[in-house]
Write a protein that binds this ligand. Structure first.
Ligand code: AMP
Length: 122
C-alpha cells in the first residue's frame, strides 16, 4: 500500500492538526489518543513515512527501529506505568482493523487488562 501523505497522523506531524504531545525526538512523536481506552493511552509514531508495522519492519532503518523501540519504553516509564505494567499494540492491516495508515503503537496502561486469551477459553 502506498503511503498517503494526507493521513491524519501525517497531518499531526506537520502541525496541521493539534495533538497533546507527550514525547518527541529526532525519529519519534507520541501523543495522547483522542479516545482513551485506558487511563494511559498514548500513540507512538515514527516520523518517517511508514504505512504499518510490516512496512517499518521491512524498510525502516536500524536507527529508526532502535529509536522507536527505545522511545516506547521511555514513554511508558514517563507515564508511570513501567512498574505496574502496560500493553503495547500495533494494529497492522485489514484483519487487525488498522484505521490510520501511518504506523502507530498504542501504549495502554493504568488498569488491569487481563490476558490476551479469555480466562474461560481452552
Ligand atoms: P488503529 O485502530 O490501531 O488504527 O487506531 C487508530 C487510533 O487513532 C484510534 O485509537 C483513534 O482514537 C486514534 N485517533 C484518530 N484520530 C486521532 C487524532 N486526531 N488524535 C489522536 N488520536 C487519534
Amino acid at each position: 500500500m502506498a503511503y498517503d501523505k494526507d493521513n491524519i497522523f501525517a497531518r499531526i506531524l506537520r502541525g496541521e492538526i493539534p495533538a497533546t504531545k507527550v514525547y518527541e525526538d529526532d525519529h519519534v512523536l507520541a501523543f495522547e489518543d483522542i479516545a482513551h481506552l485506558a487511563p494511559v493511552h498514548v500513540l507512538v509514531i515514527p516520523k518517517g513515512e511508514y504505512v504499518s508495522w510490516d512496512d517499518f519492519a521491512a524498510t525502516g532503518t536500524d536507527a529508526e527501529i532502535a529509536a522507536y523501540v527505545r522511545a516506547i519504553g521511555a514513554i511508558a516509564r514517563g507515564q508511570g506505568v513501567a512498574e505496574s505494567g502496560y500493553r503495547v499494540v500495533s494494529n497492522c492491516g485489514p484483519h487487525a482493523n488498522q484505521e490510520v495508515a501511518h504506523l502507530h503503537a498504542h501504549i495502554f496502561g493504568g488498569r488491569q487488562f487481563g490476558g490476551v486469551r479469555p480466562r474461560d477459553s481452552n
